[in-house]
Design a protein around this ligand. Structure first.
Ligand SMILES: C[S@@+](CC[C@H](N)C(=O)[O-])C[C@H]1O[C@@H](n2cnc3c(N)ncnc32)[C@H](O)[C@@H]1O
Length: 234
């Protein structure tokens, strides 16, 4: 059976994180990004954010993505944009980058799906001293019942759903010097203002059904799940 990640990949969803590219732009415009910087987007999906970063800031941009179909669609987008972006197929748990290569690492709805400790340790390793991690991640607004937790993990394939305090602890324990967490003030767990699709030619019926199920989950859990912007400095 296909996973939620297969669904995102086969549909070629661009902006597969709460708030979509609009939130991404808002967050990036707040930072002082200059041409001499290097940015890495982990779990870059179809490279929508990577292309925006390259076109907007003209700095070095790299994208790391594990899903074979996603990386293919990312390459297609980057080629169409004529953007000079390094796209690498690989795992955020073992990043193929040197120590201290990046000024900024972005994670848009990725940390919930991975081995967080390993990924955060890799983020710490590959960031320059003083570098930033900027993450947009699904967050539990209240203590979730086990049934809800299992239901959500089963469908989305997330390892766990952290609340704000747990995100903070996790970042502090990974060694970041400062951790700021912000609750965005507009509704994000709606299908808007997303979404771009790059559909694969053949999509199994079970994957199509996931779109409806995803909408159902958004409605069912709209009061329990929220989003946090997590900004950490090394
Ligand atoms: C919810 S999607 C978000 C995609 C993209 N950041 C966006 O906002 O459109 C999560 C992405 O993380 C990727 N991913 C999951 N585990 C990963 C890992 N261990 N290393 C690299 N990428 C991973 C998935 O394949 C998927 O593209």
């Amino acid at each position: 059976m296909g996973s939620y990640m297969d669904f995102l990949a086969l549909y070629g969803v661009g902006g597969a994180h709460p708030g979509g590219i609009l939130l991404t732009k808002e967050l990036m415009y707040r930072e002082e990004i200059t041409e001499d910087m290097a940015i890495l987007d982990i779990g870059c999906g179809t490279a929508q954010t990577a292309v925006f970063l390259k076109e907007m800031f003209e700095c070095r941009v790299a994208g790391l993505e594990i899903h074979p179909i996603m990386i293919q669609k990312a390459k297609k987008r980057v080629l169409a944009a004529g953007a000079d972006i390094e796209l690498i197929k690989g795992s955020a748990e073992r990043m193929p980058f040197r120590d201290g290569e990046f000024d900024l690492i972005t994670s848009e709805s990725v940390l919930a799906f991975v081995d967080r400790k390993k990924v955060l340790s890799e983020v710490m390793r590959t960031l320059k001293p003083g570098g930033l991690l900027l993450a947009v991640e699904m967050t539990a607004e209240i203590e979730l019942e086990d049934d809800d937790r299992n239901d959500l993990s089963g469908f989305y394939g997330v390892r766990d759903i952290l609340n704000e305090d747990e995100w903070r602890r996790c970042a502090v324990e990974s060694g970041f010097k400062t951790v700021e967490i912000e609750k965005p003030d507009f509704p994000l767990l709606s299908p808007e203002p997303v979404i771009e699709f790059d559909l694969s030619e053949e999509i199994p019926e079970e994957i199509h059904e996931m779109l409806d199920r995803h909408e159902e989950y958004l409605k069912k859990y709209k009061d329990l799940l929220g989003v946090r912007i997590i900004k950490c400095q090394k």
